[in-house]
Design a binder for this molecule. Structure first.
Ligand SMILES: [Zn+2]
Ligand SMILES: [Zn+2]
Length: 245
């Protein structure tokens, strides 16, 4: 393990990593998992983590508020790291886009590590039986060659030493559904998912992972399916959440 760390530092010196937010080649190692963010962008990330939830006043990672749409679907707890603003000027936005577009393993490891902190702080890692995720649309997986929610869930599972399982899948869209625009599809989320054929969540505590929670409708649809299938508890974990006024 020591040797591995030394190797990482040496290769970092020989091949300095590029900051995933500002794209500058790094000359100085940032604290915590070096290589993903330069020190300036790491400060940016930390500033975003230090922002507070407008409802409870706690920093996001300590906030226990459950978005209404998720609570209505039966969600038992909700974990997130920061507020989501969908552009590259925020560290969270930049890293999430990196996951979507580039399948960047270092970024998945960084985000999984960060997300594991509040999950451990709340003690959820002791209760969770399995980790699962909100699957991407087939077209998106085909376009990018990967499902970034699955990658994030797998990396988080590795970090928490918990099993990851595919419990949910996208339904094959009907011709009518294919003609819907993004907003209409979002509304249609409840009809977009189904349980995977081998899903067995009865009596289990499930940690449901996604990159972001915007309207929450996809997460809500998945929570409802897991609960209907007998899951005892469903805890949702996302990197960032859109704040609704
Ligand atoms: Zn940077
Ligand atoms: Zn809150």
């Amino acid at each position: 393990m020591k040797f591995k760390g030394l190797f990482a530092r040496l290769s970092g010196l020989l091949f300095p990593p590029v900051c995933r937010m500002c794209n500058e080649r790094q000359t100085v190692f940032a604290p915590r998992l070096p290589g993903v963010l330069c020190p300036d962008c790491m400060n940016r990330w930390n500033e975003e983590l230090a922002e507070t939830c407008p409802a409870c006043g706690k920093v996001h990672a300590q906030c226990c508020c459950i978005p209404v749409v998720l609570r209505d679907a039966g969600c038992d707890a909700f974990v997130h790291l920061s507020a989501y603003r969908a552009h590259r000027k925020t560290a969270a936005g930049a890293l999430i886009l990196r996951c979507k577009d580039n399948n960047d393993r270092d970024v998945f490891r960084f985000l999984a590590k960060e997300l594991s902190l509040p999950i451990r702080a709340f003690g959820y890692d002791n209760d969770v039986d399995m980790i699962t995720y909100v699957p991407r649309r087939r077209a998106a997986v085909q376009a990018t060659g990967h499902d970034h929610a699955k990658q994030l869930a797998s990396t988080l599972a590795h970090e928490l030493k918990l099993p990851v399982q595919t419990e949910l899948r996208r339904k094959v869209l009907t011709k009518q559904q294919k003609q819907l625009n993004a907003a209409e599809r979002e509304k249609n989320a409840a009809h977009s998912f189904e349980l995977a054929s081998a899903a067995d969540v009865s009596g289990k505590t499930v940690l449901l992972v996604d990159d972001v929670c915007t309207t929450g409708s996809s997460l809500a649809a998945c929570v409802a399916l897991l609960k209907d299938a007998g899951a005892a508890r469903v805890i949702c974990a996302v990197v960032a959440k859109t704040e609704h006024k």
